[in-house]
Ligand binder design. Structure first.
Ligand code: PXG
Length: 297
């Protein structure tokens, strides 16, 4: 595997950063997780835009323009001769000393890893996810905005661990006020009476790229109304269908929540239709940038 760091490719064993990198010392950095489907990087512009947004929020100047990083991402997929891929773009504050002061870090470190994708099995899509509400609240927007995809993931990791230890696949995090925010690595939706609901960004969530595609497909391909609404856990108990969206998960139905069976315990029919529409969309030219032909950026 060839990994791009600050201007050149390294073999996996030589792809290293300093122990003085503030990404390691403080989680001071931002990242994106992106997928490529059959030689097309899914929603590449949206992911690159979100990365530069995250960087701006944390006062970080990525040392190259978005168009150049876009070219590097495509090059990283090509260098590894991949068509289906999981791409991780990481920008750390860079190397400094043992103090918090970001001014000691002269230049951010940019890393692009294009790896083989580890897929959820077909079985998971068929049986659906088991989910629980974590006792951990989603970190508040007035503390560290969840709209920043930062290298501080302990809030999410600890919630996911809590779910795993209770035999669940994912954890829902509520916001400070007790409204449903999102899962540890996925956004959440429910459907009731053919109306789709998902929390609005101001509840304190990452505005998922997959979330936005799911909203568009639900409206345009399934003809459903989609409402960005604030809701509590009992609303989920009376949902006809629940699903989560994320780069890794794509769209997966939720069949079990906090010891309760969701509807009839199977991924719902509209969720199943939406999964089909999503898979179809990943094949279309407008879904992302082609890796193996000249790209205009
Ligand atoms: N919420 C959170 C907190 C996330 O981290 C999503 C929602 C879904 O966003 P996208 O843009 O992917 O639809 C995420 C992103 C991984 C990995 O390695 C995935 C995420 C985060 C961290 C790691 O699979 N999900």
């Amino acid at each position: 595997m060839k990994i791009w760091i600050d201007g050149r490719f390294y073999d996996k064993d030589d792809a290293k950063v300093s122990v003085f990198d503030h990404g390691l010392l403080y989680g001071d950095g931002v990242f994106e997780g992106i997928r490529a489907y059959n030689g097309r990087v899914f929603q590449l512009k949206e992911h690159v835009d979100r990365l530069y947004h995250s960087a701006k929020c944390v006062l970080m100047d990525i040392p190259m323009p978005p168009a150049e990083l876009t070219r590097v991402i495509l090059e990283a997929v090509r260098a590894n001769e991949l068509r289906d891929s999981y791409i991780r773009v990481v920008v750390t504050r860079g190397t400094g000393d043992l103090g918090l002061d970001m001014r000691k870090c002269k230049v951010p470190t940019v890393i692009v890893i294009a790896d083989k994708i580890k897929l959820y099995s077909d079985e998971v899509y068929k049986r659906g996810l088991r989910v629980m509400v974590s006792h951990l609240r989603r970190i508040s927007p007035d503390t560290l905005s969840p709209s920043i995809k930062s290298l501080n993931y302990l809030n999410n990791i600890l919630a996911r661990a809590e779910a795993s230890r209770s035999d669940c696949d994912e954890a829902i995090l509520l916001n400070r006020e007790g409204y449903v925010a999102e899962c540890s690595g996925d956004n959440i939706f429910f459907i009731r009476n053919r109306k789709v609901h998902t929390p609005p960004v101001h509840v304190g969530i990452l505005e998922g790229v997959t979330r936005n595609v799911a909203i568009k497909l639900a409206k345009e391909k399934l003809g459903l109304e989609v409402h960005e609404t604030v809701f509590t856990v009992p609303e989920l108990y009376r949902a006809d269908e629940i699903f989560v969206t994320g780069t890794g998960a794509e769209i997966i139905g939720v069949v079990y929540l906090n010891g309760r069976v969701v509807a009839d315990g199977k991924p719902g029919p509209l969720t199943t239709e939406l999964i089909r529409a999503f898979r179809e969309y990943t094949k279309s030219p407008e879904s992302g940038a082609a890796v193996y032909e000249p790209v205009k950026v």
